[in-house]
Design a binder for this molecule. Sequence first.
Ligand code: PLP
Length: 360
Amino acid sequence: MAQTMITFYPGPSKIYPQVEQYLTEAYQSGILSMNHRSEAFMSMLENVFRQMHLKLGLPDGYEIYFTSSATECWEIIAQSLIKCRSLHLYNGAFGKKWYEYTHRLCSEAQPYEFDLNNLPAPTSLGAVLEGAEVICLTHSETSNATMIPMSFLRELREQTDQIIAVDATSSMGGVEMDWEAADVWYASVQKCFGLPPGLGVMIVSPRAIQRAEELGSRNHYNSLLYIRENFQKHQSPHTPNTLGIYLLGRVMEQVAPIQEVNAVTEARADDWYRFIERSRYSLLVKEEAVRSSTVIAVEGTKEEIKSLKKEALEAGILLGSGYGPWKETTFRIANFPAIESVEIDRLKDFLRKYSKSYKE
Ligand SMILES: *Cc1c(COP(=O)(O)O)cnc(C)c1O
């Protein structure tokens, strides 16, 4: 891929340009050759945790662990926090995959699918919630560009004392979370953190830690209790992605507090939604309240989407493909913090020009 290519792919996605410098610094600092139980590693990790707590506004008592991916978090939750039964509320491909992974390990995992435009009210879930040890939700469903509002999570929290786990893979780092509304939040860094792939972030509440202790599962190399014991000492259970962790720390030092990042994300999303509504295209998600602020899905005919993506590529712009059932009739635009305003303007210019020239 040429250097000048602009990417709006929703993961892996555009990385912060500063990462080039951080890579050199990582190399020069010597940290990349250090053992993960060394003083140098431990103090680096401690600093990354501190920066994350500060910039993301994490509550006291919430702990951070690093994993290899968001996918790994699906399995960690299944084997460390669920004895038998989880409940999976979802409307798209990632929520469904999470359910399927969990179902292989916990045969009583329950799916609860809802319509793209129709998020059920937490108060209407009553009987569905009963008996679920962990309630699993996808905050930003990257496949179809929906997002669960924080108000939903807060209301859900009032409905149940059970553990609430949230897949925030394509929103953490770009959107302000009400952390106390859930117990487990996880993401991977190749989306809103603007970093190269290969690192997962898991944020865990005291309540979830207590649950893991009650279950006492220690059968896996990545059992939550093992992971926790190591990260509490600022170490890592196995040789970690030291480069990824270092880069995350540098990016966390660089970015504004999440309230500021969130304001930019929302303003840019509003702008995108108004732009698409005024254009010849339509939005996949009709219900405004559940539209994602970090991923935008634009709908069109199969022929038009195909030709548009191709011409965009020729103009040096990589658009996100549609996903799953919407593979051929949508394209996706990442609205992640590392994307610059001039890049957004270039895509808008392209879309304006393209829609004038497109012949049906
Ligand atoms: C990208 C994504 C994942 C998978 O992330 P990996 O790092 O590949 O494990 C899971 N859930 C959602 C919502 C995603 O967007």
